[in-house]
Ligand binder design. Structure first.
Ligand code: CP
Length: 332
């Protein structure tokens, strides 16, 4: 039997995702479950985290299980991912051993591994999590690599709580300013999950260079073909926000500039006005605003937007623990 992982929501059917959301809603009502009694999860963080680490650790605990946090290269040995390499550099052990040894100890392995931001052609292979999925003999969960599927489910759960049915809702995924070029993961994920749930999606970004990877644009188009809704790319702020019901903001680096961010910087700096503010939200149809967090206030979104009743980012963050408990319960 093929081992079931949670690497992307695209691998799970709508019925599977709906079942996770239903279980998550039950966990939100009543925290306690025993689905992980006597079970454990290894949480491997190659990058920093606040929400993901806290919610997975607590989620495992609330289900009667145990979480082990490892930071390879910091409190655990640096890991090699290349195949056939002579390991005479900084890495001390190969993922082939790490994944198989951890599989003898724990029942689930979760991985956070961001792109290196030097060469998108390499980063888009998502090698770290796929190596774990290849060598692991227990299910592997994506805690954010080049997509962020746990965030997707927390996001759609928060939207369902606010709107009920999502099909046909006008959804704007907007690029917003940040002084650094950030991961495209949450933007890819917003695109995937919004089209999966049949919404009318506008991808609003400064220039064509900020359009997301073709793999995710194509997946979103397939989602539209299967689930209804629509997908539009726009660089016009006013028409994108007008009558929107959902505004989801994220900053990301332009793919053609990977590895030469000094050349992207002037373009990004010329689009600080993409900040989500009251004037833009006033164009919406009483729309809600969300962001995966962390968020730099008055850079990505204003204080007024973050502190308004329209902001559901805290609800979305809370939902991380509920959906992750449901994912862990489904996989152990
Ligand atoms: N949204 C999110 O994944 O938060 P952290 O980076 O704090 O885990």
């Amino acid at each position: 039997m093929t081992l079931r992982h949670f690497l992307t929501t695209q691998d799970w059917s709508r019925a599977d995702l709906d079942a996770v959301l239903e279980q998550a809603a039950q966990f939100k009502q009543s925290k306690i479950g025993r689905q992980m009694a006597g079970k454990s999860i290894a949480l491997l963080f190659f990058n920093p985290s606040m929400r993901t680490r806290t919610s997975f650790e607590l989620g495992a605990h609330q289900l009667g299980g145990h979480a082990v946090v490892l930071q390879p290269g910091k409190d655990a040995w640096p890991i090699e991912f290349d195949v056939g390499t002579v390991m005479d550099g900084d890495t001390e052990e190969h993922v082939a051993e790490v994944a198989r040894v951890l599989s003898r100890y724990v029942d689930l392995i979760a991985v956070r591994a961001f792109p290196k931001f030097q060469d998108w052609a390499v980063d888009r292979e998502d090698r770290v999590i796929h190596a774990f999925a290849k060598y692991s003999t227990v299910p592997v969960i994506n805690m954010e690599t080049i997509t962020h599927p746990c965030q997707e489910l927390a996001h759609v759960m928060a939207l369902k709580e606010r709107f009920g049915e999502l099909k046909g809702r006008k959804y704007v995924l907007t690029w917003t300013y940040h002084p650094k070029a950030l991961n495209t993961a949450v933007a890819n994920s917003g695109l995937l999950i919004a089209t999966r749930y049949g919404m009318d999606v506008t991808l609003l970004c400064p220039t064509p260079d900020y359009v997301l990877d073709q793999r995710y644009m194509d997946a979103a188009k397939r989602n539209v073909a299967e689930n209804g809704g629509s997908l539009t790319v726009s660089h016009d702020i006013e028409s994108s926000y007008r009558d929107a019901q959902i505004v989801y903001a994220k900053s990301w680096g332009a793919l053609p500039y990977f590895g030469r961010w000094d050349q992207e910087k002037p373009i990004r700096d010329a689009h600080k006005h993409f900040i989500v503010d009251e004037a833009k939200m006033a164009l919406t149809d009483n729309g809600v605003f969300s962001h995966c967090l962390p968020l730099r206030r008055n850079v990505k979104a204003t204080d007024a937007v973050m502190d308004s009743p329209a902001c559901i980012a805290i609800e979305e963050a809370e939902n991380r623990i509920h959906v992750q408990k449901a994912i862990m319960a489904a996989l152990v």
